[in-house]
Ligand binder design. Structure first.
Ligand code: GDP
Ligand code: IMO
Ligand code: MG
Length: 428
């Protein structure tokens, strides 16, 4: 056993998700022994690009393409056996040894077919006020988890799993009666579910809290990979337009069972601009040609649902909030290559409400105040940044943008990503 204890570095999104966590987690993996997911589920879509090929991961951690790296799905994650199995097959076909390198927590809650139906029914019922959920059953599954009636992966191995399952389904079907929603065939969904469960059971399930703490005690280095983004956090995001888990760094301790003392650093990822999928406030949103251009150039379409992402300028108020909540030690900036070609670029530095009130923080009425960002203007850059491999090649206006952001947020930008591929990454 090593005398030097291991540690956990947390890497997470600071905006509304899709910051580029998959790319960066994959890029950082060679420095770690373990990559672990601690919250969320198949609502996530993490894109990795290497050797001209793109891979999208939903529940599997982004270290899976590195030989010998342990990939752990922690207790805080919710698992859809059907989708996870499909993802495993895809990932195996792409060359990863999932059987050997993936470990799944016995305590991770299971997404049942009826959780997805309840998600869809609830969204339909909300009409115009819908959350814009990915419809993966995330909200209903976490509701059952905290309501203490959920099923967990370890239950799949119990002789009474079917009975436990049926009790849950009965309760869900009673709930479904409150909704005008009949557009489903539960029988088909159940057949698919139990088939997937049987096959999933041939993979490695562990008591993940012991598993990961033992690895840390052996001196192993763990990268905890967040899903979603800080502004979608159940407590601190733009509630109710959020996901149902804690996406900030604190979520790691409960989502893996690792004490805060083991955290070495928190790496916060943000896009040089901003995107959001689904409903909810977005003060720096660009509902014009510039927004359209960012969407086109940045290929801003959901990795999970294919929905067009809403685009806008960087929101510094939200970024500072997220940095505070997670205690971010270093920043990773993504996709500045997409902003190439604008004469001027902007950063939202404050909010102005519908009543004329100006604020520089995120108040309780964030969702209802009708905030629009107030901006600071910067010189744009025109060079093709996707071919840039060192900081010395950065255009002067881009360097100024970076330095200004660092001084405003008070945290260094250590990595600059300038394209989707592993190699399009500059470490400062
Ligand atoms: P995640 O959910 O945080 O992992 O992010 P997504 O994978 O959902 O979305 C990020 C998208 O941007 C993906 O299509 C990535 O391939 C792509 N991407 C990541 N980093 C960069 C970058 O620096 N530049 C460009 N142009 N694309 C990037
Ligand atoms: P990654 O990990 C972007 C959004 C949905 C919706 C809200 C609630 O790829 O960054 P849910 O399905 O959780 O009930 O949806 O959260 N959302 C995401 N947006 N990236 C994600 O994951 C997201 N996961 C959920 O669009 O607005
Ligand atoms: Mg994504």
């Amino acid at each position: 056993m090593s005398n030097t204890p291991g540690f956990v570095d947390v890497v997470l999104g600071l905006q509304w998700g899709d910051e580029g966590k998959g790319k960066i987690a994959d890029f950082l993996t060679p420095k770690y022994d373990v990559v672990a997911r601690f919250q969320g589920g198949p609502n996530a879509g993490h894109s990795l690009e290497m050797n001209g090929k793109k891979h999208v991961l939903n529940t599997i951690p982004s270290g899976i393409f590195h030989k010998g790296c342990i990939n752990l799905i922690g207790n805080g994650v919710v698992i859809d056996p059907v989708l996870l199995l499909q993802e495993i097959k895809r990932t195996e076909e792409a060359g990863a040894d999932v059987k050997a390198n993936l470990y799944i927590s016995r305590k991770a809650n299971i997404i049942l077919p009826t959780h997805k139906l309840l998600d869809a029914a609830s969204e339909k019922n909300k009409g115009e006020n819908k959350i814009g959920s990915t419809l993966r059953g995330i909200g209903p599954t976490y509701r059952d988890k905290y309501g203490r009636s959920g099923l967990r992966c370890g239950d799949m191995f119990a002789p009474d799993f079917k009975e436990k399952y049926s009790a849950n389904i009965e309760r869900h079907l009673a709930l479904m009666q409150h909704f005008d929603y009949s557009d489903y065939n539960l029988g088909d969904l159940e057949t698919e579910f139990f088939k997937a469960v049987e096959e999933l059971k041939t993979y490695q399930f562990v008591d993940s809290e012991y598993f990961v703490n033992d690895l840390i005690a052996q001196g192993k280095k763990v990268l905890a990979e967040g899903a979603q983004g800080s502004m979608l956090d159940i407590d601190f995001g733009s509630y109710p337009f959020v996901t149902s888990s804690n996406t900030i760094s604190g979520g790691m301790t409960v989502g893996l069972g690792v004490a805060p003392k083991h955290v070495r650093s928190v790496k916060g990822i943000f896009k040089a601009y901003c995107t959001r999928v689904g409903s909810g406030p977005f003060p720096s949103e660009l509902l014009n040609e510039t927004g359209e251009e960012l969407r086109k150039k940045g290929f801003e379409f959901g990795a999970t649902t294919g929905r067009p992402r809403r685009c806008g300028w960087l929101d510094l108020v939200a970024l500072k909030y997220a940095v505070m909540l997670s205690g971010v030690d270093e920043l990773i900036m993504m996709k500045a290559d997409v902003m190439s070609g604008f004469d001027k670029v902007y950063v939202g530095t404050g909010y102005k409400g519908e009543n004329g009130e100006e604020v520089g923080t995120i108040p309780f009425d964030f969702v209802t105040a009708g905030f629009q960002s107030t901006y600071k203007e910067f010189e744009g850059w025109h060079d093709d940044l996707t071919v840039v491999r060192s900081e010395s090649e950065f255009p002067a206006s881009f360097s100024s943008y970076i330095k200004w952001l660092e001084s405003e947020v008070g945290v260094p930008i250590k990595v600059v990503s300038l394209g989707p591929d592993r190699v399009q990454t500059v470490v400062r």
